[in-house]
Design a binder for this molecule. Structure first.
Ligand code: DAH
Length: 341
């Protein structure tokens, strides 16, 4: 029996040296230390041995078991170390290499400009109201005091749809009627941002698709002074506190009186240059007191209510602020252009 144990030990230890990986190790463990291994069988047989032989054989069987367990642990560790060395060699990593910079996305310059406009008017208590891009002729023109065949319609080259009387809005002003009809008789202070469409010859200054931000305030005691105050404050916050502004009489069918606001040309400081057509001023928006007909079309009695409105082009504002000379860059999606903002 003692010899048999010696034999088991020798055979197990030599076979362990052949185990080269985890699977082989596990198979070895089952074969030499598992429940039906010769060693465990020897333990089982202890009870049937003559009493005087039991202590010596039992002691020896325990020694062999401990020796095999120790050898197994040692071999496992050796294989683990070898695998680690191997992967360290194979996957050499130079932690001192400089990292590769991540390409970060950014907001489109028009989105940035729009968000700044929202922030400025938001601070002044204006809510953002959105209305549809596909409009009826009635909302885009008629209710804004331009009945069919009104010559002012020629100011907007229009994309018509195949459905008579349905068109792509040429400006955000029809939103004024939607807001008024929804809010009447409450006071109103909203801006209406959104896409507009015009059947234009595309050029450095004109696109067929562009944003506008409309503004509308309606209440019982609203004056032209409110309009001038709000828009002057807007210009200062948009273009800098030092900016000079002026209001110039103009004409829109939906406002009376009407005015355009100019800012002093920041390229030449008002001296006159190519950008401001040698006038020293840059036009940035149209505005005026809401025409009584328009107020009435929105449901407000012009004898009791008054209001002001304005409309500006964020593309134009962004072009002025960032000195972009061609509007087509804004839609070309050229990363070399967009990454500058
Ligand atoms: N809707 C005008 C346009 O597209 C801009 C405009 C002018 C809007 C005067 C207004 C306004 O609300 O009062 O040219």
């Amino acid at each position: 029996m003692l010899e048999q144990l010696d034999h088991i030990e020798r055979q197990a230890l030599s076979s362990l040296q052949n185990a080269q990986d985890d699977d082989a190790l596990q198979r070895w463990k089952v074969a030499y230390l598992g429940r039906s291994s010769p060693l465990m069988k020897a333990f089982d047989q202890l009870g049937s041995l003559p009493k005087e032989q039991r202590p010596a054989i039992g002691r020896r069987a325990n020694q062999v078991k401990q020796a095999l367990e120790a050898a197994f642990a040692e071999r496992s560790e050796a294989l683990r170390q070898a695998a680690l060395q191997h992967s360290l060699q194979a996957e050499r990593l130079d932690v001192s290499l400089p990292g590769r910079p991540l390409v970060r996305g950014r907001l489109h310059p028009i989105t940035q400009t729009l968000r700044q406009i929202y922030r400025i008017f938001g601070d002044m208590g204006f809510q953002v109201y959105r209305s549809r891009e596909v409009e009826s002729d009635e909302f885009n023109f008629g209710l804004l005091n331009m009945p069919p065949h009104h010559p002012a319609r020629d100011m907007w080259d229009t994309f018509h749809t195949t459905t008579p009387g349905v068109l792509l809005r040429t400006h955000t002003s029809p939103g004024q009627i939607h807001v008024m009809r929804e809010y009447c008789p409450e006071p109103i202070r909203v801006i209406l941002p959104g896409m507009c469409y015009r059947y234009e010859q595309v050029s450095a200054r004109k696109e067929t698709q562009f944003n506008q931000v409309e503004g509308l305030a309606v209440g019982k005691e609203i004056t032209m002074g409110d309009l001038k105050g709000v828009l002057t404050d807007f210009a200062r916050r948009m273009f800098g506190q030092q900016v000079r502004t002026r209001f110039r009489a103009s004409h829109f069918p939906f406002t009376e009186p009407s005015a355009e606001m100019d800012i002093e040309c920041f390229l030449c400081g008002g001296q006159g240059c190519g950008v401001c057509s040698y006038s020293g001023w840059l036009e940035i928006l149209g505005s005026g007191m809401v025409h009584p007909v328009v107020l009435r079309n929105g449901g407000y009695d012009p004898a009791q209510y008054s209001g002001y409105a304005f409309g500006m082009g964020p593309e134009r504002i962004a072009m002025l602020r960032y000195q972009i000379e061609d509007i087509r860059y804004l839609w070309a999606n050229d990363m070399r252009f967009l990454e500058q903002f």
